[in-house]
Design a protein around this ligand. Structure first.
Ligand SMILES: Nc1ncnc2c1ncn2[C@@H]1O[C@H](COP(=O)(O)OP(=O)(O)OP(=O)(O)O)[C@@H](O)[C@H]1O
Length: 627
């Protein structure tokens, strides 16, 4: 089960929000402009009650000329318009930076996800990554564009409003301030509760996204096995869990709002009684009392907003924690620092850096040359005492003391029982995983000591599960090709026996993949193989990429490969005797280690284990055919 949640809180609110600093810095000018506009709008709204107090004290009495009334009204109207203008300016200032920041953080996360090793993706559910790069960042944008600024402005408005109240009557100001005590106590409990429930809801939303993704991807299986109802029940249970959490969240906010709204109302009632008494005692003017109430009315909105904004701020902290959970995941498969610096590849340092081997790589003209864009000569490939264990099972190595040596241009078949670690071995070569012991050597140099770009351009791998992207046949096949020419495309399609691509409605420009034409398993495999061939690697790793082809086509493809990739070092996982026969040598992988290496005939003659594996092959030919 992939980890989905991280309930442990390791950072405070300010630490998490502080991490937005570098992202916000380029836009600090505009955001500050937005803050000033919002502040100005708050201050102007507070000035209106003062003008009204003036109106009551100095204008509204018998004998005042009507022109004075007009004058005061005009001032109030101008202040109202000014407030509206400042609110408009706040939006204008913040909308661009907030949306740009959201886009940049999203792109940054995607880039990081691309760089993170396969072992990271083994552990993380895709729905969690989706919700973190979409929903959580939208939340952050909304908070930055509105929540953060309004939170500060509301706070400032409340403080300024209190000062104004104190200046007209310290007793009334004190009553209003005392009312803040239950609000502060409630805020404390609200903060803790809301933080937990908000994290739970965002994690559950991620799980739900995973569920939708898996159900859509596996729709055929669900339908074929009549398991639609179970899938629906499972989805419904998760959706209802999320609903429960959302309700708890809403109740948490509602109970906080109940305090935050009712306490000021209560304070206002007490203020009315006290204020009237103060007016009767001659200690407060009627205008002062009116100004107090008008100020309290202006403050009602910011006080009410503080609850909602506090909730939004904590939800944003959770969203950012979830974002940084992924963003902070360290990339363990990187280029050595010394070579990175000279090639300009942007990666972190690596534990496997060695100055000697960096020199070895740059001294070796074959390995030191630029990567994509050149057709590489064959390389030798060696696995030297290799041990490998997956990160989630470090004490149960899949591969132990594996020694294997392929000469430049040699084709070696790798056979072994299912689950013996053939795919794991293949994935060590282009560093999709790193060995946990021993070394993988390309032309005598440890792959961990070569720039990652070099390794990935020298080694091309085709998987059994052929992944095609929503794009044209041309783009899919030429994905890693040094030359994106028609000739390269034609050659790759021919070798992979993928002539069908030219017969598609729009030929090689037909859209395929999830958003395009559906292809059969064998067609997908052939295009995936063509993609590997078009990459013109010096080491070709074929992890059973022909399994969906019929025997004749597979034989044809294997023959084509031998002719077209003459001089390319090839390691091919084989499940059919026809593939094995065409290889120069065969390696038998069993119980996590290489048991024997030799020609097909040699192994047949001397290895009972090999004969067992061969006879278990689905399409096992007769002994006469084999010999
Ligand atoms: N991410 C992972 N974490 C832990 N164990 C894994 C992981 N991926 C694969 N395994 C286990 O490693 C072992 C070797 O798997 P691998 O896919 O390399 O076998 P294989 O020889 O290619 O099998 P097949 O012939 O069926 O394709 C299996 O027992 C598998 O369950």
């Amino acid at each position: 089960m992939k980890p989905k949640t991280n309930d442990t809180e390791t950072t405070t609110l300010f630490q998490t929000l502080g991490r937005l600093g570098p992202f916000v810095k380029p836009y600090s000018g505009r955001l500050f402009g937005g803050f000033l506009s919002a502040l100005a709008a708050g201050i102007v709204s507070l000035a209106i009650p003062q003008v009204m107090g003036e109106l009551v004290n100095n204008v509204l009495h018998p004998g005042t000329p009507v022109s004075a009334l007009w004058w005061v009204t005009a001032v109030v109207a101008v202040l109202g318009v000014l407030e509206a203008v400042f609110i408009y300016l706040r939006r204008v200032f913040v909308i661009t930076p907030a949306s740009l920041l959201e886009a940049e953080m999203r792109i940054g996360l995607f880039k990081h996800l691309q760089q993170l090793p396969v072992s990271f993706h083994d552990k993380w559910a895709s729905g969690q990554l989706l919700s973190r790069s979409m929903g959580d960042l939208s939340h952050t944008r909304r908070w930055l564009a509105f929540g953060a600024i309004m939170f500060v402005v509301s706070g400032v408005t409340i403080v300024v409003g209190l000062v104004v109240m104190f200046s007209s009557s310290w007793i009334l100001g004190l009553v209003y301030l005392v009312g803040a005590i239950p609000i502060m106590i409630r805020s404390f409990y609200f903060r803790n509760r809301f933080r937990r429930v908000s994290r739970l809801s965002q994690d559950q939303a991620g799980d739900l996204a995973t569920n939708v993704e898996e159900s859509v991807q596996g729709i055929r299986v669900l339908k074929a096995f009549g398991r639609g109802q179970e899938a629906l029940d499972d989805f419904e249970a998760r959706a209802m869990d999320l609903r429960e959490t959302e309700i708890t969240k809403a109740k948490t906010i509602a109970s906080f709002l109940a305090v935050i709204v009712s306490v000021p109302e209560l304070v206002l009632g007490i203020g009315l009684i006290l204020g009237t008494w103060l007016v009767v005692q001659g200690e407060l003017t009627v205008g002062g009392l009116v100004a107090f109430f008008a100020t309290a009315a202006v403050l009602a909105r910011p006080v009410e907003n503080v609850g909602m904004l506090l909730g939004m701020t904590f939800a944003t902290k959770t969203a950012l924690d979830r974002y940084f959970d992924v963003f902070d995941a360290t990339n363990t498969i990187v280029s050595p620092a010394a070579i990175t610096a000279s090639t300009g590849t942007s990666t972190a340092s690596t534990a496997t850096t060695s100055a000697d081997s960096a020199t070895a790589a740059s001294d070796n003209p074959q390995l030191g040359e630029a990567d994509r864009g050149t057709e590489a000569a064959a390389s030798s490939l060696e696995l030297e005492n290799v041990t490998f264990a997956f990160a989630d099972a470090p004490d149960a190595p899949i591969l132990r003391s594996v020694d294997l040596s392929l000469r430049p241009g040699e084709t070696m078949a790798l056979v072994g029982p299912t689950g013996s670690g053939k795919s794991a071995l293949c994935e060590l070569i282009p560093r999709l995983y790193d060995v946990t012991g021993g070394r993988v050597l390309l032309d005598g140099v440890d792959v961990r000591e070569l720039p990652l770009d070099t390794v990935r351009s020298r080694v091309a791998i085709a998987f059994e599960d052929s992944i095609l992207f929503s794009s044209t046949v041309r783009d899919n096949v030429l994905l890693g090709a040094p030359a994106r020419t028609d000739e390269a495309l034609e050659e790759a399609l021919n070798v992979a026996e993928a002539h069908f691509a030219k017969e598609l409605p729009e030929g090689v420009d037909t859209m395929i993949g999830e958003q395009g034409l559906s292809l059969s398993g064998g067609q997908r495999q052939r295009l995936s193989l063509a993609r590997t061939i078009a990459a013109k690697p010096s080491v070709l790793v074929l992890d059973d990429p022909l399994s969906a082809l019929d025997v004749r086509t597979e034989e044809q493809v294997t023959e084509n490969l031998r002719a077209a990739l003459e001089g390319t070092t090839t390691l091919i996982v084989a499940h059919r005797p026809s593939t094995v026969v065409l290889a120069d040598r065969v390696a038998l992988l069993q119980d996590g280690t290489i048991q024997d290496v030799g020609t097909h005939e040699e192994l047949l003659a001397r290895s009972a284990a090999y004969r067992d594996v061969i006879s278990s092959f689905e399409e096992a030919p007769t002994m006469e055919e084999i010999l």
